[in-house]
Ligand binder design. Structure first.
Ligand code: HEM
Length: 138
């Protein structure tokens, strides 16, 4: 423990050139410079996330296990998120099933909870108005 190097997002952002290119995926920091010209998806897409968090870009493509093994060989350390840094993107973990269609479910649950809560409040307000109306009419 504690042996691997830690980088902040600021430090990763300094490595954003072709010859010195770091990239964050799932809060790990990779030095991708040597792989850039070999990437089957082209240099451009990787340069787009040079020095940044490329988790979403990487996972959106649905990269193979082979691609993840290549990543392992380029690991240089862990990302250290500071207070105020953007939170880690909520994409499927590398070990999750190959289907990428479930990523919106957490939002769905929150939305249902919100609607239920809103309904309960509206019902309570309605009941209250009914009773106070009835009281006035007597
Ligand atoms: C350093 C991180 C990355 C590694 C190691 C990597 C590796 C690979 C590998 C091995 C493939 C071949 C297909 C496969 O095995 O899945 C591939 C394809 C591809 N990659 Fe990446 N990739 C990386 C980052 C990215 C990023 C950030 C994007 C941005 C969108 C991207 C876009 C693509 C696309 C579009 C293909 C498909 C190319 C095709 O089939 O014509 N990759 N990548």
């Amino acid at each position: 423990m504690g042996e691997s190097k830690e980088f902040t997002l600021q430090e990763v952002a300094e490595h954003n050139t072709k010859k010195d290119l770091y990239m964050v995926i799932h809060d790990k920091v990779y030095n991708v410079s040597s792989f850039l010209s070999e990437h089957p998806g082209g240099e451009e897409v990787i340069l787009d996330v040079a020095g940044q968090d490329g988790t979403e870009a990487f996972e959106d493509v649905g990269h193979s296990d082979e691609a993840r093994e290549i990543l392992d060989g380029m690991l240089v350390g862990d990302l250290k998120r500071l207070p105020g840094d953007p939170a880690a993107p909520r994409t499927a973990a590398p070990t999750a099933s190959s289907s990428s269609s479930g990523s919106s479910s957490s939002f769905g649950v929150g939305l249902y909870a919100f609607i239920l809560l809103g309904g309960a409040v509206a019902y309570g307000a309605y009941q209250y108005l009914q009773t106070s109306n009835a009281a006035q009419q007597q």
